[in-house]
Design a protein around this ligand. Structure first.
Ligand code: GCW
Length: 677
């Protein structure tokens, strides 16, 4: 069935002309070495080429014309003899080259380490999956970011916080003995896009996940993932020494607490020798942390860092912190709590920062911490799961969101100081680099809750490998691999993906509005909500609509959050005449009658954007209908049904938002805009 289980690794037979073209160039597979990783590389090439080229590809022949040589110079004398320039390519980089040996054309996929060769094998298959020429290859690829991680917000009862794709794929009760084949497919999919680590459990962590039985379960998964180059990490609950260690305190400066964490780390490393380390959410949304003991984030992170350092582990300490005790402006809190500690974190600590300062909204300006911590490695946290962008049914390709953040210029060291350069470490010379994506994976047959949500997992992996990659070519690769290479499909489908996230912004939170969703589950509109126990959870706190206008004044006259950015950025955002319209109401409280670039008043523009969002969904529906001839009926129907849900809910957002804001603006609907139905 075309249920999406195969993701982008479909390997269905390709067009006969292409098979005829590729077959002589991909006639046999010659893999050097017998490690588990090399066996996987070999099996993947075999599976891929057999499937795509529609016939058995020879293996282990003495290399002849059309051979694909795969391996390291160490294991393969033939590859060694080629003298390839692999020096600066690390463990994970690879070369793919068309070569001649004894006059015979061949392809070599070479790396310093087996895992690099595995990545190269997936790249080679991708070329065929996307119908690229393979006769004259000269490819060189090394990851620009070291830690390329999924964060699972998976609970020990298999529920997934903000997960919309079914239960957790970790079948904890059957682990460690039963190893669901799905774990292997998970590892394949991740390796195919270069993801090299996974945090198994929710950052809202239970201490139980660090007890012996759970360590055993994590170890079983680590054993499966290891040959795919994927390390296992765990979220750690800061108060675990009390809850499972029987101590009276979790104070990070208490010697007993430090000893407990050291012993715990030792225990984990006995079971998982290549355990990656801990991810920690502390003093955020009620989670325990060092501030409970009047200690700092640095004290807490450094204590855990000391415990894993002897084993080569890292601590990823999250900067997503806010509490209502600082009612001034939630957007400022992370910077205020972390900036003073720049340079005070241990060498194996990396601070994990969400892309924006509030919370994974459809659009946020880049987080002011990027560029502000030259002496502390920062890693990116993107949310792949669509908590705020319509869960699984709304079609929103997030490649454009990721690209927009990564391309943003922090101006920290002059023009061109992009967030991508912060993340790849080049701007500040970080010793550790990383990018995390909050996974959208669950036990649904299609993994991600919808077919198009698979693209967000895919795009995350590709951009973690290379944060300079652009959203469009990634969407194109994915669409070709997942659906069809026919021109009639590819460009309209990619155009649809590229516009999709902006459409969601339009019907949910146009012009810089944010945090207007219904409370708790975060599904659907709730801009009127004003009665939650915490001020900073109420949508009214964020839009601040009143008789005069709408928007959050973060200029000097307001919360002054703008001053957390480098001066040129602060000036740009802080000036109502230079702030991009897309961020206008994030930074300014703006009069309803202010003229916008379109010539319309702000009120009319707001209404127009909501309307444009609904029309955008309608146009995606029309596009998708036209693409029916290129897509199997099963997947086509599901996407079409989801688009119908999306249209319905886009109108819900538009109508509810406009109706509510109109009670405050007291202005009529502009002519030509459809009234609420
Ligand atoms: O986006 C918010 C979510 C919480 C989440 C939190 C976080 C894991 O609504 O569910 O908790 O962010 O990132 O810690």
């Amino acid at each position: 069935a075309e249920d999406g289980y195969d993701l982008w690794l479909r390997y269905r037979p390709i067009e006969a002309e292409w098979q005829a073209r590729y077959r002589p160039v991909a006639a046999s597979i010659v893999v050097a070495g017998d490690s588990p990783t090399m066996r996987i590389a070999s099996a993947e090439l075999k599976r891929g080429l057999d499937g795509l080229l529609g016939g058995a590809v020879a293996e282990d022949q003495p290399a002849g014309a059309g051979a694909i040589l795969v391996g390291t110079p160490e294991e393969s004398p033939m590859i060694d003899a080629l003298g390839l320039p692999l020096e600066s390519m690390g463990r994970e980089g690879y070369l793919i080259r068309s070569i001649r040996i004894g006059g015979k054309p061949m392809t070599v996929i070479a790396a310093n380490d087996d895992v690099g060769a595995l990545y190269g094998a997936f790249h080679f298959l991708r070329l065929i999956q996307t119908r690229q020429p393979i006769e004259a290859l000269d490819i060189r690829s090394t990851p620009k970011v070291q830690l390329r991680l999924l964060n699972h917000w998976d609970n020990l009862d298999r529920s997934v916080e903000r997960g919309y794709a079914g239960q957790s794929i970790w079948d904890w009760w059957k682990l460690p003995d039963f190893k669901d084949p799905r774990y292997t497919d998970y590892a394949r999919a991740n390796a195919s896009i270069g993801i090299n680590g996974t945090v198994l459990n929710n950052v809202n962590a239970k201490a139980d996940s660090l007890t012996a039985p759970w360590i055993g379960k994590a170890a079983a998964l680590a054993d499966i993932f290891r040959p795919y180059g994927i390390r296992v990490y765990l979220s750690a609950r800061f108060s675990a020494p009390i809850e499972i260690g029987g101590l009276k305190t979790a104070d990070p400066l208490d010697p007993q607490v430090r000893a407990w964490w050291k012993a715990k780390a030792d225990e984990i490393y006995r079971a998982i020798p290549d355990f990656g380390g801990f991810l920690v959410k502390a003093n955020s949304e009620g989670q325990p942390g060092p501030q409970d003991y009047k200690r700092t984030h640095a004290d807490g992170a450094n204590m855990l860092a000391e415990a894993v350092a002897p084993h080569g582990g890292v601590v990823m300490w999250r900067a997503f912190v806010y509490s209502h005790e600082t009612p001034d402006d939630r957007a400022k809190q992370a910077y205020n709590e972390f900036k003073p500690f720049d340079g005070r974190f241990a060498d194996n600590v990396i601070v994990q920062v969400k892309n924006g300062a509030i919370d994974f909204q459809p659009r946020e300006p880049f987080h002011p911490l990027f560029g502000a911590m030259p002496k502390t490695p920062l890693m990116m946290e993107f949310q792949i799961t669509k908590e705020y962008l319509g869960f699984a049914t709304h079609l929103a390709y997030l490649g454009t969101l990721f690209e927009e953040t990564l391309a943003a210029d922090t101006r920290a060291k002059g023009e061109g100081s992009t967030v991508a350069k912060v993340i790849d470490g080049s701007l500040h010379g970080y010793r550790l680099t990383g990018m995390a994506g909050v996974a959208n994976i669950g036990s649904d047959r299609n993994w991600s809750g919808s077919h198009f949500d698979q693209a967000n997992w895919y795009a995350f992996g590709r951009m973690a490998w290379n944060p300079d990659m652009k959203a469009r070519p990634i969407a194109e690769e994915w669409a070709r691999m997942t659906f069809s290479n026919q021109q009639g499909f590819v460009s309209p489908a990619v155009d649809m993906m590229m516009g999709s996230r902006e459409i969601v912004v339009d019907y949910m939170t146009p012009l810089g509005l944010h945090h207007l969703m219904a409370s708790g589950h975060h599904y659907g509109p709730g801009p009127w909500v004003d009665d939650l126990e915490r001020a900073d959870w109420n949508p009214v706190y964020y839009h601040r609509a009143d008789a005069a206008g709408i928007g959050f004044d973060r200029t000097k006259a307001g919360s002054d959050a703008v001053s957390q950015y480098a001066p040129p950025v602060a000036r740009m955002f802080g000036d109502i005449d230079t702030v991009p319209e897309r961020d206008l109401l994030w930074f300014h409280h703006v009069g309803w009658d202010r003229r916008m670039a379109s010539g319309r008043t702000l009120w009319d523009e707001l209404v127009a954007r909501y309307g444009r969002g609904v029309r955008g969904v309608e146009s995606m529906q029309r596009d998708w209908t036209r693409l029916a001839p290129f897509v199997d009926a099963e997947r086509h129907r599901e996407v079409a049904t989801f688009l119908a849900i999306q249209r319905h809910e886009a109108k819900w957002w538009r109508d509810a938002s406009i109706a509510y804001f109109q009670t405050i603006s007291k202005r009529p609907l502009p002519a030509g805009e459809a009234p609420p139905e």
